[in-house]
Structures are given as C-alpha cells and as structure tokens.
Design a protein around this ligand. Sequence first.
Ligand code: FAD
Length: 411
Amino acid sequence: ERIEQTQVLIVGAGPAGSVAAALLRQQGRQVLMLEKQHFPRFSIGESLLPQSMEYLEKAGMLRAVVEAGFQYKNGAAFARDGAYTTFDFRQKSSPGWGTTYQVQRAVFDDVLAREAARAGAELRFGHEVLSVDVAGERPCVQVRDEAGETYQVQADFLLDASGFARILPRLLDLERPSRFPVRGAIFTHVHDGIVPGAAGFDRNKILITVHPRHKDVWYWTIPFSNGTCSLGVVAERSYLEQYTGTESERLKAIVAEDPGLSKLLANARWEMPARQIVGYSANVDSLWGRNYALLGNAGEFLDPVFSSGVTIAFKSASLAADCLARQFAGEEVDWEAGFGRPLRAGVDAFRAFVESWYAGGFQKIIFHPAQNPSVREMICSILAGYAWDLSNPYVAEHKRRLAVLEELCSA
Ligand code: FAD
C-alpha cells in the first residue's frame, strides 16, 4: 500500500474543513482534503449567523458567497400562539457584521470547497477515510478511493472535520454523551408560496415557531432566495415517535398542529421527501490531542435552535489555524489555551441559552411585553452569534445573567 505525505490533512470538506484549508493555505501550508462524498450534496444547517461572516472574510471566501446569490438575512423572528417578536441583528451590542445569509448547503458547501481548492488545497472527492492512527509521531490515516484502492496518508497534523461522522472521536473513543435529552428533527424543502408581506413573516429572517402546546417543540422556517423554504420540526425522540407514516406525512401532521404556521404554508408545494435525524447532539472528552484537533461537528454539537453550528465550525477552524501558524513556526503550542478553552467559552455561552430555551425561560424573555432596550441589544448579540464577545455580560456571566433575567420576566 502506498504512503503519501502532507503537512496538514483535513478529513471532510464541509464548512469547517474548507475554511481551515483556506486559512492554512494563506500560511503557505501544504493541505490535503479528503471528502468521501461528491459535491454538491444535501446537508442540513442552512441559517447562518452574522458572526460567521468574519471568518468567511478572513478565509477570502466572502466574495464567492455574496456572488452565489443566497437569501439575505438580517435577523430572527419568533412566533408562539399568535405572538410574534423579531430581532434585527444590526441592533446588537457587539461590533462586527449584522447581516448574513440563508443558504442551501448543497450550493454553499460546494462554493466553500471550490474556494479552498482555488486557494491551493488539494481536494479529493470520493475518498473516504477508513481508519486513523494517532499513536505515532505523525498521524496516519487509511483511505479508500472510489475504485476501491486503499492508500495511506501521513501528516504533520490532522484536522478532523468529518461532521456527524465524527471519525476521530469514534475511533479513539473520545465520545462523551451530551447532557441534552435525545432530540431529533424532521425536515424538508418546500416551494413555500408565501405571499410577500404576509403578516408574521419576513423572508429576511429565520422564523422559529414554538409549538402551541409543547414549549420544547419548535419549528424552523428558513426562506431561500428562490421561493423555497427549509421547513423542519425539532422535538424529543419520544414525541416524534408518536407520528407514523412517511417522514413527509409525519412532518405535515406536526406542522398542522400550529395554526399560524399552517396558515402561512397553506399554498406550499411539498416536493422533496422529508428526512429525519435523531440524536445529533454530541460531546467529547477533549477537542485536541498530540498533532490532531477536532473541528466543527466532529467535536461538539449542541442543538440547532440558535443556528450556531456553522459559526462554531468556522470559529474552530480559525482557532486551529492560528495555533498551527505558531506550531509550524517552531513554537511549543498549548492547544488547550489556544484552541480547546477559547472554543468552549463560546459554546458554553450558547449552551446556557439552549438550556434556557428548552426550559422555557428564554421564551419568557423574548416574548415579554416590557423589554429593556440595552438588554435586548445584548441578547441580540448572542442570537447574531457573538458568543465570544466577553464585553457582553450575557456572554461573560451567561448563567447568572440569564437566571436573573428569567426571574424578572417570570414576575
Ligand atoms: P459537515 O458539514 O457535516 O461536513 C462534514 C464532511 O465530512 C461531509 O461532507 C462528509 O461527507 C465528510 N466526511 C464524513 N466522514 C468522512 C470520511 N470518513 N472520510 C472523508 N470525508 C468524510 N447550523 C447552522 O449554522 N445553522 C442552522 O440553521 C443549523 N440547523 C441545523 C439543523 C439540524 C436539524 C441539525 C442537526 C444541525 C443544524 N446545524 C445548523 C448544524 C450544522 O449542520 C453543522 O454544525 C455544520 O454542518 C457543521 O459543519 P462541519 O464542517 O463540521 O461538518
């Protein structure tokens, strides 16, 4: 079996892998990306946060993303039992981008992967990583191409960006169960037929609808620029299991339970068969080890409710690239201080908001009739993805601040 050599090997060409590849190419590194699928391919995770624009810009990919013609996004809207509230991300307390896009991931991921290749990364589609050995001085993986040929690649450094496949955590037994109950999602794309100006709807915002009877069940409606919407529902597994039939029939039945959403989608054409994913939340013991690091979903995945996944994937790529710049310059790098801890700081802030969402506290905050404008700007910052901005007290002291605010809004 032949053995190839590279400086940095990246497993997976999703958002985390492509942004890491482009950033490393800026440092002049030799980068090999192995992607088991062929693009364009469907993927879930379509609503970006403004914070993610900073990393697209840093990676030199922003222009390609802008020119792809995705749906402009300036905020998030929440609906519950006839109540409707919106956040305009431009009214956030943190500095930085206030707008972004809602993207069909088949196109978006393809654009990013091509940009990474254009920056000089070698990208092989249809090459699947089968096994990983990180015990030696240099990490080594075994790969199979589509002709069934296998070969090995040795690298100075390995970045696992394999998403929910979580190649390294599985092979190295790094997985730790998530503290969240097992939830799942059923989703599809529909030709939405929503008339412009419809009450309680804004194409420039993701719409999160809380189920009228179950505060921990919610729907997403993510409009795209071509008259379609991504539509999905998230609930505990046991809740979803009550519904039988095809995934499309099950999703339709759950959508029918919310009068507002049913009315909004009355003219929708359901053409794509719906799909289900269950048990996506995951965690690991450590986000790095000797000469490897876990990016994006290969590390930790919280929950879809605040659309934080791609932003966290980009942040992990950016932190890893910064550590690698120092490591390749000969410095002894403390990966916990430079990568694990700073990445987790933002993830932990998001986690506090996710927990509060499902317990109902965060819903009390956003639907409260009397809101303090400056507090709203700080909450807006989190919703826009600025979960690493320590000047925001709702980041720096997320648990305490959220608890106090929930208390105030419960009175
Ligand atoms: P991925 O995008 O999953 O990419 C991993 C790549 O690795 C894939 O292309 C795969 O083919 C490849 N790969 C896997 N195994 C191998 C192998 N052995 N060899 C070679 N290649 C391999 N995030 C948001 O930002 N906004 C949202 O609105 C949002 N909604 C979501 C809704 C749901 C229901 C779920 C479950 C997630 C959602 N997310 C959302 C999260 C988002 O999907 C992920 O965080 C994001 O895709 C992570 O990107 P990634 O690059 O880490 O992994």
